[in-house]
Design a protein around this ligand. Structure first.
Ligand code: NAD
Length: 256
C-alpha cells in the first residue's frame, strides 16, 4: 500500500485527476488536490475524499499557467512522494488561426508546469528515498490530429520530459513514466456530446461510436478508475523497473 506517502495530483477537482487521486487514496496515500479555483466545494471535495478513505487530503489552489504558482503548489504540499502531472485544457483551431494567447496558455499549463512541479518535487523524493513521477500525456503524445497543434506539441513534450526525468533519477529509487490515454469518459467529454449530436444530426450512440471513438478500435471509453488503477500500479514494487516509458490506455488507438 501507499500508507504514509503523499501524492500531489495537479488538476484534480474533476475528471482523470480526481479519479487518480481517488484510487491513490484507496491505496492508502495522503492526497493533495489542486485546480486554479478556490471554492468552498473544492475544499469539501478533499475533505470527503479524506474521510472516505481514511487518509489526509487537502486542496491547494494553484494556477498552473503560472510557473511561480506551480512551484508553490509542491512547496506548500511540503512533501511529495508521488507527483501526478495531469492538469490540461484543449483548444482546436488551424495553426494559422490559432490564438497566440491560447498557444501560450496550453504550453504553460501542460508542459511548463510539468517542468516546475518536477523541479521542486525531485529533491523531496531524493530526500525521502523513494518517488514516482506520473505524467498524464495522451494518445496525442504519440500521434497527431489536425487543429490540435498546441495540445499535440505539449503532450509530445511531456513524453520527452518524462524520459529525461527517468534518466536523471535512474540510479535512485524514483521512476518517471507517462500514461497516454485515448478517449476517457470525463465531464469534459460528456459535455461535448449534445453539441456534436446537433452539429451532425446524430443520436447519442452514433456520436460516441462514429465521431468520438472513431480512432479507438475498442469502441469503448477508458474510465477514470482504470487510469487511477494504472497510476497505482506504477507506484507498486512490480513497477520499480518501469521508467522513462509510456503506457497507452487507448483501446488500441496507437496500434492502428
Ligand atoms: P478535466 O477538464 O475534467 O480536468 C482537467 C483538470 O485540470 C481540471 O481539474 C481543471 O480544473 C484543471 N486545470 C485546468 N486549467 C488549470 C490551471 N490553469 N491550473 C490548474 N489546474 C487547471 O479533463 P480531463 O479529461 O480529466 O483531463 C485531464 C488530463 O488528461 C489532461 O491533461 C488531458 O489532456 C488528459 N487527457 C484526457 C483525455 C480524455 O479523453 N478525457 C484523453 C487523453 C488525455
Amino acid at each position: 500500500g501507499l500508507q504514509g506517502k503523499t501524492a500531489v495530483v495537479t488538476g484534480s477537482n474533476s475528471g482523470i485527476g480526481l479519479g487518480i487521486a481517488q484510487e491513490l487514496a484507496k491505496a492508502g496515500a495522503n492526497v493533495v488536490l489542486n485546480s486554479f479555483t478556490d471554492r468552498e466545494e473544492d475544499h469539501q471535495l478533499a475533505e470527503r475524499l479524506g474521510k472516505e478513505h481514511g487518509v489526509k487530503a487537502r486542496y491547494i489552489k494553484a494556477d498552473l499557467s503560472r510557473g511561480d504558482e506551480a512551484r508553490a503548489l509542491v512547496e506548500q504540499a511540503g512533501t511529495c512522494d508521488v507527483l501526478v502531472n495531469n492538469a490540461g485544457i484543449q483548444h482546436v483551431s488551424p495553426i494559422d488561426e490559432f490564438p497566440v494567447e491560447k498557444w501560450d496558455q496550453i504550453i504553460s499549463i501542460m508542459l511548463n508546469s510539468v517542468f516546475h512541479t518536477t523541479a521542486v518535487a525531485l529533491p523531496m523524493m531524493r530526500k525521502a528515498g523513494w518517488g514516482r513521477v506520473i505524467n498524464i500525456s495522451s494518445a496525442h503524445g504519440l500521434t497527431a490530429s489536425p487543429y490540435k497543434s498546441a495540445y499535440v506539441s505539449a503532450k509530445h513534450g511531456v513524453v520527452g520530459m518524462t524520459k529525461v526525468v527517468a534518466l536523471e533519477t535512474a540510479e535512485q529509487p524514483i521512476t518517471a513514466n507517462a500514461i497516454c490515454p485515448g478517449y476517457v469518459m470525463t465531464p469534459l467529454v460528456e459535455a461535448q456530446i449534445p453539441d456534436t449530436m446537433e452539429k451532425y444530426g446524430m443520436d447519442r450512440e452514433t456520436v460516441i461510436r462514429e465521431v468520438m471513438l472513431e480512432r479507438q478500435p475498442s469502441k469503448q471509453f477508458a474510465t477514470v478508475e482504470q487510469l487511477g488503477g494504472v497510476a497505482t500500479f506504477l507506484c507498486s514494487d512490480a513497477a520499480a523497473q518501469i521508467t522513462g516509458t509510456t503506457i497507452s490506455v487507448d483501446g488500441g488507438w496507437t496500434a492502428l
